[in-house]
Design a protein around this ligand. Structure first.
Ligand SMILES: *Cc1c(COP(=O)(O)O)cnc(C)c1O
Length: 353
């Protein structure tokens, strides 16, 4: 028998979450499948989300894999091209490109062909990551409009706080001022903005996280949003230890038993993608019951408190996150976000659909 850990990817959950996005907007849906489909497997995600109006990702090779698999939708390169050599495959495979910096305009100018490039001009509306400064946008827009290799322009931005109390007010106002005279399609919304701020929808929305069934909001659960978890990470207990009062467990002896207790050893560790920083008390399911982790997560194993589950033992099923235990809760306990946990799943974990 193989090591019991596995990640189950629920393809019908992906489809259903896409429908939640569809019902929330009349804009076109560009499904974000970067980072190997947020760790779910890019091609299988694209197939489950084939009703999307477009896909967005980062690597040209991945975009080419999508084209080779027969996807005909617009594919947006979220960081655009990285050097002059990228322009030929971009054109050949009809990939839309974000243009976020003046150096990319210069590369476009040097491109020898009369192309048919779809470009998404990115505005820095306050996040200060990628994008042209507001006062540079009109000039960049004119440049692209006159460019012989450009056949369409979409104006986009990205929000820093759509999932937070601060919301989108300031960047939205700024973006709208910039966009008004341009008269081109607009794209602003990530999952949080799609779900909470219809005024940001524009012509294209760009949901990521919600498609994988996690909530972008701290105070609203995925279930409340009608989202279903697409990834369930599970394993089982491979050993049991009976602790006496005073016994300690794991590296650094992070937990010490106050009284006699039973603990289970779960075949899952940080080399599988479970967060090493998950502290004592991180939620975990054993035989469907919610209990807690104890001690420090090691490379291949972690500890679980079986005090409340006398019937549990070697072979008991464990859910690390997913169906029955929202990944957001595990992420919060570990001081991170569900995005990071999804992406952290490692190669050695067998995936089943
Ligand atoms: C990753 C990403 C998204 C998706 O964000 P979610 O919070 O996962 O919905 C949208 N737009 C851009 C530019 C991104 O990089």
């Amino acid at each position: 028998m193989p090591r019991p850990i596995q990640a189950y990817i629920d393809l019908s959950a992906l489809e259903s979450n896409l429908q939640v996005a569809r019902r929330a907007t009349s804009a076109r849906l560009m499904s974000i499948i970067k980072a190997d489909g947020y760790g779910h497997g890019m091609l299988r995600v694209a197939e489950a989300l084939s009703a999307s109006d477009g896909f967005a990702l980062l690597d040209i090779q991945d975009a080419v894999r999508l084209r080779d698999a027969g996807f005909r939708q617009p594919i947006l390169m979220l960081e655009g091209f990285f050097d002059a050599d990228d322009l030929a495959p971009v054109a050949e495979h009809d990939l839309a490109c974000v243009i976020h910096s003046p150096w990319q305009l210069a590369l476009l100018d040097a491109y020898p062909k009369n192309g048919q490039l779809d470009v998404w001009l990115k505005v820095n509306s306050g996040m200060n990551r990628l994008g042209f400064a507001p006062q540079q946008v009109a000039q960049a827009m004119e440049h692209l409009r006159r460019h012989r290799a450009v056949c369409s322009i979409t104006l986009m931005t990205h929000f820093a706080n759509a999932d937070e109390a601060r919301g989108v007010k300031e960047p939205l106002t700024l973006f709208n001022e910039i966009a008004a005279p341009c008269r081109v399609p607009r794209s602003l919304a990530n999952s949080a903005a799609l779900l909470r701020y219809p005024e940001t929808h524009g012509e294209w929305v760009r949901p990521g996280l919600m498609l994988y069934g996690a909530s972008p909001f701290a105070e609203v659960s995925a279930q409340q949003l009608g989202l279903k978890p697409a990834m369930t990470l599970s394993s089982s207990i491979i050993a049991v230890q009976e602790l006496r009062a005073g016994d300690e467990i794991g590296y650094g002896s992070l937990f010490r038993a106050e009284h006699p207790m039973r603990i289970g050893i779960v075949a899952c560790g940080y080399a599988d993608g479970y967060p090493r920083h998950a502290p004592n008390g991180t939620p975990i399911l054993v035989e469907g019951q919610r209990v807690q982790t104890l001690g420090r997560v090691s490379m291949d194993m972690l500890y679980v408190d079986l005090s409340k589950l006398p019937q549990a033992g070697v072979g008991s099923a464990v859910t690390l996150w997913g169906d029955g235990l929202p990944i957001e809760e595990v992420a919060r306990a570990a001081g991170t976000v569900s995005y990071e946990l999804m992406c952290a799943l490692t190669e050695r974990v067998p995936v089943v659909c």
